[in-house]
Design a protein around this ligand. Structure first.
Ligand code: RB5
Length: 146
């Protein structure tokens, strides 16, 4: 019997386009990717893609997203303008696991220019397999929105 693959919303700017392709290729057996772009190395503006992925995650309850730019900061800063988005800039498996366990992050942000592909994959896999711990962490999350 075939099971539907979980959908992941993904997007990058030009600095992250190669890592985005690597992620999609390596995880295509496990996940369906809804790719908001960009699709070439032509220079683009990261907010255009951060907003799209943030809106997609918010409109699909319980879903998660991946955003990639050079440092990760532009994507994280933009996505976190959306109430209900918890975008976490992650560069190690420990940080990404904690971003899910403690912060229930719904978008992982990767810094393409400061992380190897292998470390990015390990960081992403840790995020995808970790589970939110709830309890006191939910109480803290409930205090985030203003
Ligand atoms: C693009 O040159 C770069 O500014 C962008 O990828 C990102 O690092 C911004 O935060």
């Amino acid at each position: 019997m075939e099971y539907a693959k979980m959908k992941i919303y993904i997007g990058s700017d030009h600095a992250g386009v190669d890592l985005k392709s690597q992620i999609k290729t390596r995880l295509q057996d496990r996940f369906e990717f809804d790719d908001a772009g960009t699709f070439t190395s032509d220079s683009v503006d990261y907010p255009d893609f951060a907003h799209k992925v943030a809106e997609n995650v918010l409109s699909d309850s319980g879903s998660i997203g991946i955003l990639i730019c050079g440092t990760g900061n532009g994507m994280a800063i933009t996505a976190n303008k959306h109430a209900g988005i918890r975008a976490a800039l992650c560069w190690s498996p420990e940080i990404s696991a904690l971003a899910k366990q403690h912060n229930n992050a719904n978008i992982i942000v990767l810094p393409a220019r400061f992380i190897s592909t292998e470390m990015a994959m390990d960081t992403l896999n840790a995020f995808l397999t970790a589970e939110f711990e709830g309890g006191r962490h939910q109480r803290r999350i409930d205090k985030i929105n203003i």
